[in-house]
Structure formats: C-alpha cells, structure tokens
Design a protein around this ligand. Structure first.
Ligand SMILES: *[C@@H]1O[C@H](CO)[C@@H](O)[C@H](O)[C@H]1NC(C)=O
Ligand SMILES: *[C@@H]1O[C@H](CO)[C@@H](O)[C@H](O)[C@H]1NC(C)=O
Length: 533
C-alpha cells in the first residue's frame, strides 16, 4: 500500500473512532471535559462468563472479550441505551482483538467504558499475589488498546483482591500495579485515563483498605474508588442499607467514588429501589453513580437479560431497572465552580491486627533486568521444565542455603522485596538455582550442584555490560538491592471479594476454575515448606 493511502486510511479510521467528550477528574468528581458538566455514572457490568458460551473465543484465550463481537454489540447496545446506560464495565479485554466497531457503537450511543486490566488467567491472586513481568505486559497492552478511544474513562487495576484480614498483603501488589499503570499512561503521553480499584465490602478491613489505596504519594494512589456493594436488598432505605454510612465515610475522600458493582439479589425480582437514592440529593455530593451487576443472566442469578439458544429475553429486572433509571436526573456542580476541599491524602493504616500490607510497595516489573540477569547466570532452569516441577523446585532450592531466595522473595507485610521478585517464575527459579550453585562451587562442590535431575543445567554466562550492568548493579549480587531505573517499555514506543449491617453474598466475576488452579500451585509451594509471595 502506498504511504499516502495508508495515511488517508489512518485518517478515516481516526475520524470514525470515538467522538464522545472525554471524562476528566477534578478533585473527587468526574466531569465532561468540554462543557464542565458533572458526570454521574449510570453503569452496567457487561461481561459474559466463558462457561455460558454465546460466541467464539479466540485462540487459546479462556475468556470472552465482550467488545470484540460486533454482532453482540449490535444486539446489546440498543438495550443498554434503553436503560439509559452511559458506562459499561468490562472485566476482560483481549488486547489483540479489534474493538473499533463496538467502541464506535458505544460511542454513538453515548456510552463510556471502564475496563478491568486483568483476565482470568493473568490477574493478581489473593492467595499467591504477584506483580510481575507477565502481569505488567498484560496490563499495559490493555491500556495501549483502549487508549485509542476517547470513550474509555479508565481502568481497574484489581477487583476484590484482598477480601478479608487474612490476605491484606495482596493489596501491596495491586497498589504497585496502580502505580506502574499510572506511570505507564503518563510516559506514553496518553490523554487522562484514571486507574482505580474495585473493592469488596468487608467490614473488618474496609477502612484500612480505603485508606491504604489513598495514602502515600500521588504517584501510587488510586485515581478513583469503585465500591462493590450489595447491601440494599429489596425495599431498603438510605440508613438501613448502609448507604448513609458510605456517604459519611467518603465525604472527605480526595478522589471520585462510585459503586463498582451493586444490585443485591436476595429479594427477587430486583426492583432497584436504590437507584433513586444513588442519583438523589442524599448521595450525589459524594457518590458519582454506580454500576449495576450485571447484564447477562448466569448461574449467579444477577442478570437483566437472558440469552438462550441465541435468543435474548429481557428479564423482569430489566424493566424494573429501566423504570427507575427513567426517573433519575442528578444535577451536580460545574467544573469551574467546583473548588475541591478534600485535597489531603489519607494516612496509611497502622492497625496491624487487621492490616498487613506495607506502605513500601513491590518493585516495578522490568523485563530487561530479568533477561539481563538470566543471561548472566552460570546455572539456569532447563528449557523443558514443567510448571509442576518448577513449583516443586522452589520449595527445594530455597531451603538449601542461606538466602538462596532473598533476591526473588517478596514479603509485603514487611515491605521487603528482592529486586528479582517481579521476574517470571522460571527466571526466578534460575536465579535461585544459580545462587545455590555458586555457593556450592565456592565449597568445591560445583559439579553436581546444577542438575536437580535434569531440571537445571549450566550455561556460559554472558558478560554483563551497558544498561544491563547498571540495572544489575542496582539489584546487587544477591538481588536485595533497589532498582530505581524504570522498565524500557515505559518510555519508548515499542508495542511488543462483609459483615455487620452488610450481607455476605458478594459476587465477583466468576473466575472459579482459575482461582482453583492458583490454589493448587500455592499448595505445592506450601507443601514444600516454602511460600513465595
Ligand atoms: C455536556 O456534554 C454532555 C455530553 O456531550 C451532555 O450530555 C450534557 O448535556 C452537556 N451539558 C450541558 C450543560 O450542555
Ligand atoms: C478469607 O478469604 C478467603 C478467600 O476468599 C477464604 O478462603 C477464607 O476462609 C477467609 N477467611 C476468613 C477468616 O474470613
């Protein structure tokens, strides 16, 4: 194709893409950028569970991208409009799929998108949390893909990861993801897109969690807070539902707050009597609307529509929601008149009885550093090693010597992280194998120390120089130093889940099988007497 044709085509595509006025954040509110009218989210969670089928799943992906199926968008966008939806929340985007048509249809319908950055197989897992190269690559590639569209409001770096006081350390990894995703958006000069977190509602850790994500420095705090709340059931009211407490708790919060998911189904059909309150005077000075969970009827019974044998049927809940949404008309403040008063960040939580995540966050993933490190080793994991064997070996190797694993371990409760704790598992194992090997070599036992029944093999190390050298010098020989130089990809253009007043049924998007898989892996680690965070 001639360059001029390419340019014309690019212009045509650019012209046909997203025209909606971007949403911007000032203080604790959202606004339409051009006219400064306050924006209240009338949202719907739009994500089909893989198990429910209803469309093709591309390649080896274990999830269905809701914005890549043009026929479904054609069918569903008018229905979303009927509900006066102005925002959809999607939970798993395939960064390699084409979203042009669906995003255009949504745009034409006045609908914005807020997207979770993870997908079922690549997410921060509460029982075995990590923030590593694989996750970084996944998160930034979703950002790259959706940054093309002005109707993207922003992203969730995690959904209901820490869900009770036994797993609060996982929040340190999510907060690191917030920090690094924000930095990435900035380094790419993308327009303003916020990075937030969608929290569950556990009374015991609620306050600490909220403060944690809003404390420290602005580079690492959330841009908005999605509160998944299922406490208004049936004919509840402002006080009984706990909504009154929400308003009180967040009245001094410095970033926008909205319901990341709502719509208790304990009483059926759902009449959505909370809608009038959410968009009424009692709440709109603090809350920026919310997202109804969810569009599709699935096993967890939260649907507005049911799709069976390719036929779509509106459920009673659809009509009830439609009736309530038709009545709301929140008026906020004008952006120019608004002088944010909640300018202070929160104080980081200090109650270690319920909150363990340190203010000190895990290091930024850095592929270059990890590959430099692996090349510099004399003993590495063999290329054919299985995931199972890899998991077992961590347990074995880390127990074999002093600090063999210091450079790859992460302890979020102490805030102590090895410089290589953000590398992928195989790279990490290689680092540990090599550390052990070198220790043994010093004692004259080198010959047998790099084998592990064929799981490890020696290699000729590459001499470390240039940028590799500066990065690895920061990391230190044992990997316990701090690397302050950022990842390469962040500055260039390469594109390579309650209690007390609240009910306990809090659904989150169902990633059941994958979570189970993670438990099994974790079990292997634990079984070997070593838990690597
Ligand atoms: C501002 O723009 C939005 C979106 O284009 C529109 O819905 C809203 O009515 C506008 N506000 C005013 C006061 O015109
Ligand atoms: C905490 O959450 C995990 C994961 O959902 C669950 O397995 C565990 O039983 C919970 N523990 C407590 C004390 O609630």
């Amino acid at each position: 194709m001639k360059l001029s044709t390419v340019l014309v085509n690019a212009a045509l595509i650019a012209g046909s893409v997203a025209e909606l006025d971007p949403i911007v954040i000032k203080g604790s509110k959202f606004f339409y950028k051009s006219n400064g009218t306050e924006f209240f989210m009338r949202g719907i969670a739009y994500q089909q569970d893989v198990a429910q089928g209803g469309g093709s799943i591309s390649g080896d992906k274990k999830y269905k991208d809701p914005l890549a199926d043009v026929a479904l968008c054609k069918r569903d966008v008018p229905l979303l409009q009927e509900l006066r939806t102005n925002t959809i929340r999607v939970y798993a985007i395939d960064p390699e799929a084409d979203h042009t048509e669906c995003m255009k249809m949504l745009d034409d319908a006045g609908i914005y998108v807020i997207a979770d950055l993870s997908e079922p197989a690549t997410s921060i897992i509460r029982s075995d949390p990590k923030w590593n190269d694989d996750l970084y690559e996944r998160y930034t590639s979703v950002v790259d893909e959706l940054a093309k569209y002005t109707n993207t409001i922003g992203f969730f770096a995690g959904n209901e990861v820490s869900n009770n006081k036994t797993n609060t350390d996982a929040s340190a990894f999510v907060k690191a993801a917030v920090r690094d995703t924000k930095a990435y958006i900035k380094s790419k000069n993308y327009r303003e897109m916020g990075v937030g977190y969608a929290t569950n509602d556990d009374a015991e850790i609620r306050d600490e969690m909220t403060n944690y994500f809003n404390c420290g420095s602005r580079e690492e705090t959330i841009d908005f807070w999605g509160y998944n709340i299922y406490s208004w059931c049936g004919n509840s009211n402002f006080k009984e539902s706990g909504y009154e407490k929400v308003v009180k708790d967040f009245s001094t919060f410095s970033v926008p707050v909205f319901f990341g998911e709502y719509g208790c189904n304990d009483v059926q059909p759902r009449k959505f009597t909370e809608v009038g309150t959410i968009y009424g005077k009692q709440m709109t000075h603090v809350l920026s609307g919310g997202i109804v969970y969810m569009y599709f009827q699935e096993e967890n019974d939260y649907g507005l529509v049911e799709v069976k044998g390719g036929k779509l049927k509106k459920l009673d809940d659809f009509d009830y929601l439609k009736k309530e949404m038709a009545k709301v008309d929140p008026t906020g403040v004008k952006m120019d008149d608004y002088k944010p008063s909640n300018t202070e960040l929160a104080a980081c939580p200090t109650n270690t009885k319920v909150w363990q995540a340190s203010e000190t966050l895990p290091p930024t993933p850095n592929k270059e550093l990890c590959s430099c490190m692996v090349k510099s080793l004399s003993c590495v994991a063999s290329s054919s090693i299985t995931d199972k064997r890899l998991g077992d070996l961590f347990g074995t190797v880390c127990g074999l010597g002093d600090n063999v694993c210091a450079g790859i371990s992460a302890d979020a409760s102490k805030g102590v992280y090895g410089a290589y704790s953000m590398c992928n598992p195989k790279e990490q194992l290689s680092f540990a194998l090599n550390t052990y090997y070198l220790q043994q070599e010093k004692k004259g036992n080198g010959a047998q120390a790099c084998d592990f029944d064929g799981a490890a093999k020696t290699q000729t190390p590459t001499e470390v120089e240039g940028n590799c050298k500066s990065l690895m010098d920061e990391a230190g020989t044992d990997g316990t130093g701090q690397v302050t130089t950022g990842p390469e990809g962040s500055s260039d253009d390469s594109s390579e889940s309650s209690s007390a007043a609240y009910p306990s049924t809090i659904p989150s998007f169902n990633f059941g099988l994958i979570q189970l898989g993670a438990y099994l892996v974790c079990g292997v680690f634990a079984g070997a007497g070593m838990i690597l965070l």
